[in-house]
Design a protein around this ligand. Structure first.
Ligand SMILES: Cc1cc2nc3c(=O)[nH]c(=O)nc-3n(C[C@H](O)[C@H](O)[C@H](O)COP(=O)(O)OP(=O)(O)OC[C@H]3O[C@@H](n4cnc5c(N)ncnc54)[C@H](O)[C@@H]3O)c2cc1C
Length: 324
């Protein structure tokens, strides 16, 4: 998925001036998105807003006209920011969305700023089995809902019971599992709704056994994925009946380099920024891989990583970047 917006005056300044006295959260201008994304690349956001809590978020959104581009970032582990940055408001959830509570019936409620790994740990501590796959996913619960994040044979859809979200007009919604419409690395809730809370259900389990499972997950990751690199995780979705990495490998792209970015030698569905890559280097590398896989076996890979924002003036984006 690509998220781009027009860079005209969207009414942002007037809306900000009007809403500032009414919000408790933090507003930062020209915030470097490279600082809050795993790839450590790309341009700034015009505004970064960190709401104090769900009510604060609702007040802020209600005051922003629909002409103002708004996008929520979690832990930035699935995001590629373009070099021209984001000409609107990036929302980042923090302390007011970081509570975890164990509930009866082997349930666990978490704010969406909570890292997945903390949910896995809290579940283990409470003897709730079924959430240990979150040990290996380096995102937040908000990102897990949006992406239907999953690993080791399980996905968010298998454990999610209910969620709360705020829509673009500031209205709060309580959503059932069915409302979320999960499919592979996708959820059907409108792209501009912001998840604020999630409730998960597991099964009764033994803490030591769950912790052992989590260690196995961590060990597997350590051996098979470049988890200490500047990366965005799996770049492309697995096409029906195929593994993306196998197609990339077969097309000769393992280790392929564009500028400061290269295809990981360890896991070739991962792109890494190992030499100060720009957002364009990384996107060009991804598009080159897509073109080579298509030429080699006729399969069109779909981006799993979300590409956000605009290129620098006059620079191309998307398929036009591919080196043939
Ligand atoms: C080393 C590595 C390993 C990975 N392994 C896996 C894996 O095994 N399985 C897997 O599924 N993914 C994996 N990923 C990808 C990534 O961790 C997941 O997609 C994760 O769920 C993204 O969460 P995030 O908080 O980082 O979201 P971000 O990258 O910040 O954002 C991703 C999307 O989620 C949306 N989003 C974030 N928060 C909210 C919110 N509160 N409300 C609404 N939308 C929101 C954003 O708008 C964006 O569209 C991996 C990534 C890395 C770097």
């Amino acid at each position: 998925m690509t998220v781009m917006v027009a860079a005209h005056d969207s009414g942002l300044e007037a809306a900000l001036a009007a809403v500032m006295p009414n919000v408790r959260g933090r507003v930062l201008r020209d915030a470097l998105l490279a600082d809050i994304t795993w790839f450590r690349a790309g341009g700034p956001a015009k505004v970064l807003f960190t709401p104090a809590d769900e009510a604060d978020l609702a007040v802020f959104l209600a005051a922003m006209p629909v002409s103002v581009p708004v996008f929520v970032v979690g832990l930035g582990s699935n995001l590629l920011v373009r070099d021209g940055g984001y000409p609107g408001v990036i929302i980042r959830l923090a302390k007011g969305f970081s509570e975890i509570a164990v509930e009866p019936g082997h349930r666990l409620r978490a704010g969406t700023a909570v890292p997945d790994v903390k949910v896995a740990r809290a579940a283990a501590d409470a003897g709730i089995a079924g959430l240990s796959f979150y040990r290996g996913i380096p995102g937040s619960i908000g990102g897990a809902l949006r992406m239907n994040a999953g690993a080791h044979g399980r996905e968010t859809t298998n454990v999610l019971v209910e969620a709360r979200a705020v829509d673009r007009s500031g209205k709060v919604h309580v959503l059932s599992h069915a409302d979320l419409g999960f499919t592979y690395r996708h959820c059907a809730i409108p792209a501009d709704w912001i998840f604020t809370q999630a409730t998960f259900a597991g099964t009764p389990g033994d803490k030591a056994a769950i912790l052992k499972e989590m260690d196995e997950v961590a060990e597997y990751r350590e051996k098979n994925q470049p988890i200490r690199e500047r990366t965005g995780g799996s770049t492309f979705k697995n096409p029906e009946g195929h593994s993306a990495w196998k197609l990339i490998d077969a097309a000769g792209c393992r280790g392929l380099r564009v500028g400061g970015a290269k295809v990981s030698e360890m896991h070739c569905n991962f792109l890494i920024n190992d030499q100060g890559a720009s957002g364009e280097d990384i996107e060009r590398l991804g598009e080159t891989v897509r073109a080579r896989v298509l030429a080699h076996c006729g399969v069109t890979l779909q981006w799993e990583i979300i590409r956000l924002g605009e290129p620098l003036a006059g620079r191309p984006v998307g398929e036009g970047l591919a080196i043939k």
